[in-house]
Design a binder for this molecule. Structure first.
Ligand SMILES: NC(=O)c1ccc[n+]([C@@H]2O[C@H](COP(=O)([O-])OP(=O)(O)OC[C@H]3O[C@@H](n4cnc5c(N)ncnc54)[C@H](O)[C@@H]3O)[C@@H](O)[C@H]2O)c1
Length: 352
């Protein structure tokens, strides 16, 4: 498979044309920490009904149902087996909020059955799986998207418009970091077990940072030189990556999973007509013009929408996906090259 995946290309598959009037039947898969967050978010979307909850730990489904859905008079069916669920329920979409390596088999089974898939990050943990899912989604004419927050944030919409209009000029250099007490918080969980995580902090919060960089620079990565420290664990905890994008932009990445501070992230774009400082989730924004003056914009004309809202709007033909499956391919290709570079101790070309 040699087809090149490009960011933000105008492909029609990220938007469906035929709107439907009945409520879309969703299943939430994984009722752990982030699953509970998504449960709240799904409840705020009137065009859908959460028909089923799935988690291998039944009590997690039951407590999510009791806490979030019960008070609204909704009683989604409960499943501990994903495959049984998609066989029995007539679903329009699944939202996958499970450990990383489980996204691929569940997304594949869902797409094969003609069910739209919104996956938590990272979409998958290797390039072959990512390409297979994108191809499958295209063949089955179903949507496949990744639930990164930054691309649906008001801040990233503002920056994307600056870039699109040419107001920022050419981005020559991007600097990104994430620092969290990750190793302490994830100790003893699937996050530090490569069988379920596919990698360490680089594949966890690092995925937000790397996707944010590619989304903003709007170019695939050509070459990487990465180094990592496992700090005695089975997965990468601290890492640095030097990046060369295909459009010539350079990037520098620092990913700390062993920080003492609670959490800090940043993405800085150094461009010919200005500088942007933002976060990996789009949580902050500063804009400096060419002369270094801070730009005071009178209002933010963009709205942050939850990834689920954007996904539903795309299914209904009202919007395009802000982070379609091809970003899952770009990230998987990049991560494969990063891990290869860490192992080889030298720069590695990203295979697109
Ligand atoms: N976008 C974000 O900001 C953000 C934040 C946190 C987590 N996440 C992502 O969300 C996903 C889940 O992370 P989490 O923090 O909720 O983890 P978690 O461990 O809290 O929850 C995972 C849940 O999946 C369940 N599970 C495991 N195997 C399963 C299977 N075969 N079928 C159904 N359920 C199964 C577990 O029992 C658990 O309840 C990951 O992809 C993670 O990277 C994203």
């Amino acid at each position: 498979m040699t087809r090149k995946i490009r960011p933000r290309s105008k492909r029609t598959s990220s938007r469906l044309k035929s709107p439907t009037r009945r409520r879309l039947r969703f299943a939430l898969v994984g009722c752990g920490g982030m699953g509970r967050h998504h449960a709240r978010s799904l409840l705020g979307i009137p065009e859908i009904e959460v028909a089923a909850l799935c988690d291998i730990v039944k009590s997690k489904c039951l407590s999510a149902r009791r806490e979030f859905f019960g008070p609204k008079g909704i009683e989604p069916a409960v499943y501990t087996d994903f495959h049984k669920m998609i066989a029995r329920e007539s679903l329009d979409a699944v939202l996958l909020v499970t450990p990383h390596t489980l996204h691929y088999p569940h997304a594949k089974a869902a797409l094969q059955k003609g069910i739209h898939v919104l996956s938590e990050k990272p979409m998958v943990t290797n390039t072959a799986h990512a390409r297979e899912l994108v191809d499958l989604a295209e063949t089955r004419k179903r949507l496949l998207a990744v639930a990164f927050q930054a691309p649906v944030s008001a801040e990233y919409s503002y920056i994307a418009e600056l870039i699109r209009s040419g107001a920022l000029g050419t981005i020559e250099l991007v600097d990104a970091h994430v620092a969290q007490q990750w190793v302490r918080i994830s100790n003893g969980t699937w996050r530090q077990d490569p069988k379920f995580s596919g990698g360490g902090q680089l594949y966890d919060s690092g995925a937000h940072m790397l996707n944010a960089m590619m989304w903003l620079v709007d170019s695939p990565v050509k070459r990487v030189f990465a180094m990592a420290d496992r700090c005695g664990k089975k997965v990468d905890i601290n890492a640095t990556v030097s990046v060369l994008f295909e459009n010539g932009c350079l990037g520098s990445v620092a990913c700390s999973g062993n920080a003492t501070m609670r959490g800090d992230t940043g993405v800085t774009l150094f461009a010919t007509e200005g500088t942007i400082k933002t976060g990996i989730w789009g949580e902050k924004l500063e804009h400096f013009d060419k002369s270094g003056e801070k730009v005071l914009y009178p209002y933010m004309p963009y709205k942050t929408v939850p990834p689920e809202r954007n996904f539903v709007d795309a299914i209904l033909g009202r919007d395009t996906l802000r982070c379609p499956g091809r970003y899952g391919v770009l990230l998987a290709e990049l991560m494969d090259a990063i891990y290869e570079s860490i192992k080889a101790g030298c720069p590695v070309d990203v295979r697109h």
